[in-house]
Design a protein around this ligand. Structure first.
Ligand code: PGA
Ligand code: ZN
Length: 420
């Protein structure tokens, strides 16, 4: 079956925040791929530029006028060549000319079209026969920081990670039960709790960081006992948004407290120990590789993950590897633009013992491709929320992949949490 690209179509669509985004269709002689780009709100400084000047309308034009003429006639399975073509057309280091989200949609839609044209699912096409491990879902349950407004906790995200589950379906179910229990408790604690949720479907409530951690811990404990499995916890501190470069302190607005780097380190170590946190993302601001290294050395059985720190970028990751900063990395393909770039980062992470975590963005669509990327790239964790349409689209797709794999399906290994 031929994967030759016959047509490329781009259009403006919307994400879950109602923001404009770009969607691309790749049509081959015998198949089809369609991908819409997501968008972050708490972005890393080293991320590529999402759109050219003029926004999504210009992105659509760039696809039609510049990209389509170059890739029509190529095989959709020539991923590296296509991604190189995107870089060549753009000519900048950060995709500012055509837009990183434009590149993302074209790059991933080509992979999807190639898979579809070959009669394969995306994870099979990209990962081959060895791709049969399901990631554990890491689900945002309480929102704070930049993802919430008003009197919410200072930390951006409080997660459940049901790493004792025996199947993806069971893990997803446990996460949903924790989310539900947390909602019930918040209703009792916060008289004005209106069951409001953030873009990622996590609760927004008038509680502080330690209260949120306590509520999460109780819910995880109860659900774990009910289901007979281990429900772990995690947080995304998103420290760059707390950091004040002038005063060199982390500013916790709700707590009315500032912390120096040393105090931040102590605070993070304290909550890791007290709540047996399995996962901590961006505990320090995006340029503080040294404190990341210090924490990684001191924290036991906990994933210390870099999101804004690495921005899925090989140069930043190799700096982290040299310094032993973090032991895990968030993979957001649209932080770098193309599938090839993201794959190089995943490979570098895996070679160096860093756990790759495939991730959604807070502004997302019902696209499910990252579910396949998590399996194909052997990411032991997928960070994709617990509820809300754009999150459930990925979770349900993983349930389908697990069913499709049948007896061959197994959960990925997360030895690091067991001290292995
Ligand atoms: P985003 O952030 O809003 O940039 O998607 C989510 C995160 O910090 O992980
Ligand atoms: Zn983050």
């Amino acid at each position: 079956m031929s994967t030759i690209i016959e047509d490329v179509i781009a259009r403006k669509v919307f994400n879950n925040r109602g923001e404009e985004t770009v969607e691309v269709d790749i049509i081959t002689t015998s198949g089809f791929g369609r991908v819409a780009a997501p968008a972050g709100k708490s972005r890393g400084k080293a991320e590529v530029v999402y759109y050219p000047q003029g926004g999504v309308e210009q992105a659509v034009k760039k696809v039609e006028e510049l990209i389509a003429p170059e890739i029509v006639g190529l095989g959709a399975d020539s991923q590296e060549e296509i991604d190189k073509t995107l870089h060549d057309i753009d000519g900048s280091k950060d995709f500012r000319a055509i837009g990183g989200n434009t590149a993302f949609a074209v790059s991933l839609a080509c992979a999807e079209a190639a898979a579809n044209s070959s009669g394969l699912l995306l994870f099979q096409y990209l990962g081959g026969h060895v791709a049969h491990e399901l990631p554990y879902p890491l689900g945002n349950t309480i929102s704070g920081g930049q993802h919430a407004q008003g009197k919410s906790p200072d930390l951006q995200e409080f997660h459940v990670l049901s790493h004792g589950a025996e199947s993806f379906l069971e893990a997803a179910m446990a996460n949903i039960m924790v989310h539900r229990k947390v909602g019930e408790t918040l209703g009792k604690k916060d008289k004005l709790f209106g069951q409001g949720k953030s873009d990622e479907g996590a609760w927004i409530a008038n509680v502080g960081t330690s209260e949120a951690l306590e509520i999460m811990a109780r819910a995880c404990e109860n659900v774990g006992a009910e289901m007979g499995l281990e429900c772990g916890m995690g947080v995304d501190v998103a420290s760059s948004s707390l950091w004040n470069g002038k005063t060199k302190t982390y500013n916790y607005q709700r707590e009315k407290k500032t912390r120096s780097s040393g105090e931040q380190l102590e605070f993070i170590l304290e909550i890791i120990k007290k709540y047996h946190l399995a996962y901590v993302e961006d505990p320090f601001h995006e340029e503080d590789f040294a404190e990341f290294a210090e924490l990684t050395k001191k924290a036991k059985n906990c994933l210390i993950c870099g999101d804004d720190l690495f921005t899925t970028n090989t140069e930043r990751l190799s700096r982290g590897i040299k310094l032993h900063a973090a032991n895990s990395i968030i993979i957001k393909v649209n932080q770098v633009g193309t599938l090839t770039d993201a794959w190089e980062t995943v490979e570098m992470a895996e070679r160096n013992g860093y756990v790759p975590v495939m991730s959604h963005r807070s502004g997302d669509t019902c696209d499910w491709h990252i579910a396949h990327l998590a399996v194909a790239f052997k990411c032991p964790i997928i960070k994709t929320g617990v509820v809300e349409g754009s999150r459930i689209a990925k979770i349900n797709e993983l349930i389908r992949i697990e069913e499709f794999l049948g007896d061959r399906a197994m959960m990925a290994s997360l030895d690091v949490l067991q001290g292995g």
